[in-house]
Ligand binder design. Structure first.
Ligand SMILES: [Zn+2]
Ligand SMILES: [Zn+2]
Length: 638
């Protein structure tokens, strides 16, 4: 009898050789019904896998991220069968999962058109209704290569694995595909799906190869979740910051500088509000601020390690016969500032901020509005401290970061810790010390985090901060990177308590990352309906007719005096047209004034997104509006 340890720590005795599915039945019928796959000693396997020895077993359902992936990937197989059924000459290439769905790359001379998609979906529904089992068959590599001889794509897939056992999966009417697995137990276990689109894709991204067709699909446990996802996609389209940026006159791009954003005056108001607020928080957390040059001698970048590790993304220039680089990062400039005088342990921790303008070359294909640009401003800072201060400094950065995210209305965030990558500088020992300091700080704050093995920067391990926007999209914003290497490279030292010279610990950190990108995220998160404190124009006075223009001007003056960002629409348009215009510009507050308001010294307040209007005294309005701005309140209602 083998012993199985379940995720809750309980131990079950089982008959040797029962399948994971039978184990799920032993635990309970509800779990057996929901089961998609199993994790045996950490390895994801089919439910038909036998358990023969003492092991840790977790039954995977669609509630698990891995279960969702197994289901989506299984859906890719079903789509492949449907496509092969309609176009028998189709050659299958590979069908992995992607965020929210899956795709399958196929080689087919005839182009699949958008109006073919319902046909594919219909065929898929038939396969799912048949509820036939996914059956795994294993053979040796040599046998598999013989079986697939002549199929260059599948032979290539085999050559790319290092496993000696090659597996095939079949289901339905003899449809079979080379695959490592695992899959759902039967086609009926696939949830609600939709084929989304077809695009061209090169085999392994190689443009010298034949262009393949990539068919994208999405799949969800239930119809309801599928519909919610499709709705989120629609909503994302409406919130596209590139469209809203143009409509609200916030920024533009021009072919004179691809990937370089032109920020318009309304966009600069948002920008400056963000800068003012961040400066205030950083002052409170004990940061100093500096500014370093954008163009610096190429030699500096040899010294910093960027030349060896980052050259392909850098811009270079030459004058007076000397080579210079445009900075892709602010740290080397800061190191030069550090070295202008001597330092003592008494000054530590030293927190130095810089709103640094950096240039990083990106391929033209990946640029996307403000989200992916070639020139951006980082809310960068570096901390110099002793090894003993690392933990408390990292804790301080975490607190500052969370405070800033909350001020912008982001409450849903998570953290990832990335460890030593293959391409790195510094010894294994240094990496170990730095990584464990980050872990201890996170555990001290009782923060859950995910580990990304091998995903660290080339100069040290890092913590990344991710936020989720209102459409549940995840964005990586902030980062804390430990660096035991750059201080040595630059010969930066401090005098320690024992009067000896030592290299300080250097911590690189950013909270919002790039201002440009963050503004893009804010625009999409709020759909252009920015909180009052960030709105380029906060209030607009709308006189009902010419008769109340004078009163409107008095109100407008009072708003200006109270330092609200405001305007007054004195055009001869009808009041409804004035309101519609202000709505389209996403004005948070409108003050409609007519003879009645003029007589009682009041304003009729229209609040963006609220059905009811309110007539209140102008002084009362000013007080409420100013309080909302200084409290950075997201909710406009009053
Ligand atoms: Zn598969
Ligand atoms: Zn840095």
């Amino acid at each position: 009898m083998a012993k199985v340890t379940l995720p809750n720590g309980s131990i079950l005795g089982i008959t040797d050789g029962i399948t994971a599915k039978q184990l799920a039945e032993q635990i309970g019928p509800a779990l057996a019904e929901a089961a998609i796959a199993a994790k045996v000693n950490g390895e994801l396997v089919d439910l038909s896998t036998s358990i023969t020895e003492d092991t840790d077993v977790q039954i995977i359902t669609l509630k698990d991220e891995e279960g969702l992936e197994v289901m989506r990937h299984s859906c890719a197989h079903i789509m492949a069968e449907a496509i092969c059924n309609i176009w028998p000459t189709t050659k299958l290439v590979y069908g992995p999962t992607v965020e929210d769905g899956f795709y399958y790359d196929i080689d087919l001379d005839e182009s699949i058109r958008p109006d073919d998609l319902p046909r594919i979906e219909e065929k898929m529904h038939e396969i799912i209704e048949a509820d036939s089992p996914f059956i795994r068959q294993e053979m040796t590599r040599a046998e598999a290569l013989t079986k697939l001889a002549g199929d260059k794509y599948k032979v290539d897939n085999i050559n790319r694995t290092d496993s000696d056992v090659i597996s095939f999966y079949s289901h339905g009417d003899g449809f079979e595909d080379l695959c490592r697995g695992p899959h759902v137990p039967s086609t009926g276990k696939v949830g609600s799906f939709k084929i989304m689109s077809v695009a061209g894709a090169y085999w392994h991204g190689d443009p010298t190869q034949k262009m393949l067709q990539r068919v994208y699909g999405t799949a969800w446990p239930t119809k309801k979740e599928l519909n919610e996802y499709l709705l989120r996609l629609e909503e994302a389209k409406k919130r596209d910051h590139r469209v809203l940026g143009k409509q609200l006159d916030l920024f533009s791009f021009n072919e004179a500088g691809p990937g370089f954003a032109f920020i318009h005056s309304r966009g600069m108001i948002i920008w400056n509000e963000i800068v003012d607020y961040c400066r205030e928080v950083h002052n409170r957390f004990g940061y100093q601020e500096i500014k370093t040059p954008i163009i610096l001698n190429e030699q500096l970048w040899h010294k910093s390690g960027h030349w060896d590790n980052y050259k392909e993304n850098m811009y270079f220039t030459n004058f007076d016969g000397v080579n210079y680089a445009v900075k892709p990062m602010n740290c080397p400039g800061l190191c030069l500032v550090y070295k202008t005088r001597q330092h003592s342990y008494r000054e530590f921790p030293m927190r130095i901020a810089e709103l640094g303008l950096v240039h990083r070359h990106e391929a033209s294909g990946v640029m996307h509005g403000l989200f992916r640009v070639r020139q951006f401003t980082q809310d960068d800072a570096h901390i110099f401290c002793t090894p003993a201060q690392i933990e408390s400094e990292v804790i301080g950065v975490i607190e500052l970061t969370f405070e800033i995210y909350r001020a912008f209305g982001f409450e849903d965030f998570h953290i990832e810790l990335s460890t030593m990558p293959e391409k790195h500088i510094g010894s294994d020992e240094i990496w170990e010390t730095a990584t464990s300091a980050l872990k201890v700080a996170l555990e001290h704050k009782m923060i859950d985090y995910k580990i990304n093995p091998g995903d660290g920067a080339f100069y040290g391990p890092k913590i990344d901060f991710h936020i989720r926007d209102c459409l549940k999209r995840s964005w990586q914003l902030g980062t804390i990177q430990l660096d035991f290497s750059m201080p040595q490279r630059f010969g930066m030292v401090y005098t320690d308590e024992d009067n000896t010279e030592k290299n300080p610990v250097m911590i690189h950190r950013a909270v919002l990352g790039s201002f440009e990108r963050f503004i893009g995220i804010l625009i999409e998160h709020y759909g252009g309906n920015l909180p009052l404190w960030l709105s380029p124009e906060q209030v607009r006075v709308l006189p009902i007719s010419e008769k109340t223009n004078d009163y409107a001007k008095v109100i407008h003056d009072k708003l200006k005096e109270a330092q609200l960002r405001c305007s007054c629409n004195l055009s001869d348009e009808k009041i409804n047209a004035k309101i519609a215009k202000a709505h389209s510009e996403k004005l948070p507050l409108m003050l409609v004034v007519g003879p009645r308001e003029a007589q009682s010294n009041t304003v009729n307040v229209r609040i963006r997104g609220e059905k009811e209007n309110k007539t209140i005294k102008i002084d009362e309005f000013l007080k409420i509006a100013k309080d909302k701005i200084s409290d950075k309140e997201i909710n406009l209602a009053f």
